[in-house]
Design a protein around this ligand. Sequence first.
Ligand SMILES: Cc1ncc(COP(=O)(O)O)c(C=O)c1O
Length: 443
Amino acid sequence: MAYNDFNMDSHWLPFTPNRQFRKEPRVFTGADGMVFTTHDGRKVVDGISSLWCVGAGHNRKPINEAIKKQLDTLDYATAFQASNDQAFKAAGMIAAMAPGDLNKVLFCNSGSEAADTSLKVALAYHRARGEGHRNVFIGREKGYHGVGFGGMSVGGIPANRKVFGPALLPRVDHLRFIHDPANAYIHNREPESQEDFLAELETRILPLHDPSNVAAIIVEPIAGSAGWYIPPKGYLKRLREICDKHGILLIFDEVITGFGRMGTNFGADFYDVVPDMLNFAKAVTNGVIPMGGVICRDRIYDQMMKTDAAEHIIEFFHGYTYSGHPVAAAAAIATLDLYQQENLFARAGEMGKVLGDAFHSTFKGLPNVIGIRSLGLAAAVELAPIAGSPGKRAFEIYLDCFRKGALVRPAGDVLVIAPPYIVEKQHIDTLVNTLADSVKAHA
Ligand SMILES: Cc1ncc(COP(=O)(O)O)c(C=O)c1O
């Protein structure tokens, strides 16, 4: 049934060209499994897990039921000076899934909050150890860590620097981007690169700031929002070694790679590297209720508790009203149970290979295609930009796909497909073929 009875006077859409949107609204009114219903009664296949969130697919009864039950039991309770039973249970499950001694979970409500929380933990931890001078952060070019000032500062998104640059944190530097044009085609594997993307960290960036001043390095294991850029083999292991050598904390922003996208619990498991902090959000609740968090190694928490301050003094002066919200925590518990019961992370790994094969066999040689990258359950096709109008080609292709019933994600001149883990081969075929037709039509 078509639903058109909404007016667009009040809702200012985030990260959206609003002027274009008003001419051609794209409004969802329902979703089930892999498929949305739109306001004008059309079906659209969710090719991006609704911003990398909906691993188990839409409208999953066990999650919905858990939320309803929680609302009737404990709807909300203060997060400060007291807590709720669901938050403890969810934290325990998350800690049990995390590798190594990543055992202490600080909840928040989004990936942006997780980024800022992790940076604040880094400063507080070093200060607690008597190294308060460690206050330099290192991020990476094209890194995305959300929209808070901390996350934007360590992020490497030019549009953020253009508009918000003057308000960003001062003591921040950036690793170079990890893309090697010689590795434009990456097919279900970690690329090998002749380029040493970390050389300048040791030869220039750390000497410039003095390593003893550096609090933390934060990276996404795979650069997700930028367009699924995959680090060369050994990159994250070496980054871990460099951080260890200089007493620098390593933060993995796993808001996209966490909870199954790589076919493993976390990107840290996929790459066999344990960071000091691991940021998560999105898929932890299947996207159904906002939740984010930072998983910290035991030694960070232990250090923060090792204080001479009186017992009524708060050890870490940070938190959100909705940290560990009971309804979000109930959603997380049900989601993580469901992922396990249906073995959905392994399925994501298997379907990732199918998706990667489809990308490479379909897009190679199509007009304007200059790269294809697949690993985990996500794949990207990179297109040559229209001269003078970067991003226009991919955006128009995105619109065209939407009209034809496929939700794909434009990122600059890259188009990404990252479906829910329940995806079937037929959905992959629909998504990839729709995208391919559109790429040809926009030659
Ligand atoms: C790696 C990463 N960090 C942080 C964020 C920000 O998350 P949120 O939009 O929930 O604030 C995102 C969002 O896509 C992300 O991909």
